[in-house]
Design a protein around this ligand. Structure first.
Ligand code: SF4
Length: 561
């Protein structure tokens, strides 16, 4: 392909227009103005059609990060409401609801002083501030591959536009530019494509626990007037997740009678037929939830993976020319169900480190390791340390996990048994083969009524997702013969269940004679449905699926999410 690529050089290149990346861009430009270096060139690129269009989160925002970045944020930030009602429920599979009394509410679940927000609106607002401060912000620019000089990151290649399904240039072909920078800050969100490349090549996760993930499925509902209390926060445990599966639900009250409702399923479940989208449909059918959305209308749907591994699963966040922030660096507190404030703080610290490195004209790993030192001296470190054993404590089920989290509060983060470090294991490796235990999830799927519960394709429509179908698919399955020859028999092709957008359709036939199984057919990949949640890259039991960004400006449109 004739690739006459433009080349652009900046001081700092930030990949990802989420809270971490935007905080980094804003802080860098603030420092440039304060310290007489107004010529500092800061560029931020994002794969979404607009800044914020791929932004999805619960979200109840701890204002700590915003307070540091934009002290007067309360005057203009588009938050929905300060948290008012704050409850924790246990939902039984029989339909009962048990509210935890206020005096027994775990301290990490209390949300007084926080704000119910839409991450899409918040990041769109932050994008405007980054631009006002002089950063160049480009949406529809997907970071496709890191550019290297040996082991030093020197820039990012942006994905091409206008390439057909066979890899040939179309009439609208536009090669993506090579963006060169003294420091590249990766803030791509969870399981970032470039972060994965860097972590793999440089071994940034050596000596760390494997990252563990969950996937959140969320909908916005327009409810009857007066039915939604803006700022109300309810978290739930129990139904529909079996005791062995990590996760829980959330229901947040937004303005204009909009309810934000979602369910998180841990991506370290054992049953290969577990379907997080189906779990969410069952969640809405619980009487306590159903009565809240009865008579309402589905507005928006989305899904996103969440890095849950915590402190011990954070990769080394620096290398020559490189910093990792936000979800890309594992800055998320699973115990408090919060990451936005940590993402912002990581962006601030990365900006301070990168600024000093550029002034010193020395952006090597030694200089950039000051990011790690800044983290270790910050409140973010104390918070991550306190939550360090949270997710791992749920290996023995919900009750054990809650006991472990409770113990952590009184033991400075040590878990049950006062253990300093509960070692985590990769989530996909927890999945059992069909021969090891009978799958249960597939036996009782939610009934779809198209009123309260919806199938995956209807939900994809409500995510606003769009991809040009005539492009090279952005989901790379390294060896599809494994899907046919092994996965069909061993796990029953779990991709058809864990993908919340019906991207993977195994069209295999199994026939058997004399105890042997013969499989023919193919795996159909409906890549244009993809809502960019990254679950397949994470949960595939053979680790042969690689998610890369499609051409720029495509994917979901998460308005209000
Ligand atoms: Fe998520 Fe992968 Fe499905 Fe896309 S294809 S929606 S990234 S699981």
């Amino acid at each position: 392909m004739p690739a006459q690529r433009d080349q652009l050089e900046v001081d700092v290149l930030i990949v990802g227009g989420g809270p971490a990346g935007l905080a980094a861009a804003i802080k860098l430009r603030q420092l440039a103005k304060e310290r007489g270096k107004d010529d500092l060139a800061v560029m931020l690129i994002d794969k979404g059609g607009d800044i914020g269009s791929h932004g999805i989160s619960g979200a109840v925002v701890d204002p700590k990060g915003l307070d540091e970045l934009i002290p007067d944020w309360r005057e203009t930030a588009p938050v929905e409401a300060p948290v008012g009602k704050d409850e924790l429920w246990y939902l039984s599979s029989g339909g009962a609801k048990y509210a935890v009394p206020a005096f027994a509410m775990p301290p990490m679940m209390k949300n007084a002083g926080k704000f119910v927000s839409s991450l899409q609106k918040l990041t769109k607002w932050l994008g405007g501030i980054a631009e006002e401060n002089g950063a160049d912000v480009f949406a529809a620019f997907p970071g496709q591959e890191l550019l290297w000089d040996g082991d030093r990151v020197i820039g990012v290649r942006v994905g091409d536009k206008g390439v057909d399904h066979a890899g040939n240039p179309k009439a609208n072909y536009e090669p993506g530019p090579d963006l060169l920078a003294k420091v590249v800050i990766l803030s791509e969100g969870v399981r970032g494509t470039l972060a994965k490349q860097a972590i793999g090549k440089l071994g940034l996760d050596e000596g760390r626990d494997p990252q563990v993930y969950a996937v959140g499925i969320k909908e916005l509902w327009q409810c009857a007037p007066g039915k939604v209390d803006p700022g109300s926060v309810i978290h739930t445990m129990g139904h529909p997740l079996p005791n062995e599966t990590f996760g829980g639900g959330f229901i947040y009250g937004m303005q204009n009678d909009v309810l934000d409702i979602g369910l998180v399923t841990g991506l370290d479940y054992m049953d290969p037929t577990t379907d997080p989208h189906d779990n969410f449909q069952k969640y809405k059918q619980h009487p306590a939830i159903a009565k809240m959305i009865e008579g309402g209308k589905l507005l928006r749907y989305g899904a996103k993976a969440i890095p849950e591994g915590g402190f011990f699963a954070m990769p080394r966040p620096y290398a020559d020319g490189l910093l990792l922030t936000g979800d890309s660096g594992g800055f998320l507190n699973g115990m408090r169900l919060k990451g936005i404030h940590l993402a912002i703080k990581s962006g601030i610290m990365a900006a301070e480190t990168a600024f000093d490195a550029i002034v010193a004209d020395k952006a090597d790993a030694e200089e950039l390791s000051k990011f790690q030192t800044a983290f270790e001296n910050s409140w973010a470190y104390d918070e991550m340390r306190m939550a360090r054993n949270f997710h791992q404590g749920f290996k023995g089920g919900l009750f054990a996990g809650m006991m472990n989290a409770g113990m952590a509060v009184y033991t400075g983060g040590r878990g049950f048994g006062v253990i300093d470090h509960l070692h985590g294991e990769a989530g996909y490796a927890q999945m059992k083969k069909l021969s090891e235990r009978a799958p249960r999830a597939s036996e009782s799927r939610a009934n779809i009524d198209n009123v309260m519960t919806f199938d995956k394709l209807t939900d994809v429509f409500n995510s606003g997702t769009m991809h040009d179908e005539d492009q090279v698919p952005h989901l790379h399955v390294a060896d599809t013969s494994i899907c046919a020859d092994r996965c069909t028999v061993e796990y029953g092709n779990p991709c058809q269940y864990f993908c919340p957008a019906k991207v993977y359709e195994p069209l295999f036939n199994k026939t058997g004679e004399n105890g042997s199984t013969k499989v023919d057919g193919r795996l159909q990949i409906n890549f244009s449905n993809c809502v960019h949640c990254k679950t397949c890259d994470i949960m595939d039991p053979y680790q042969i699926i690689t998610w890369v960004p499609p051409q720029g400006g495509e994917g979901p449109v998460y308005t209000g999410m």
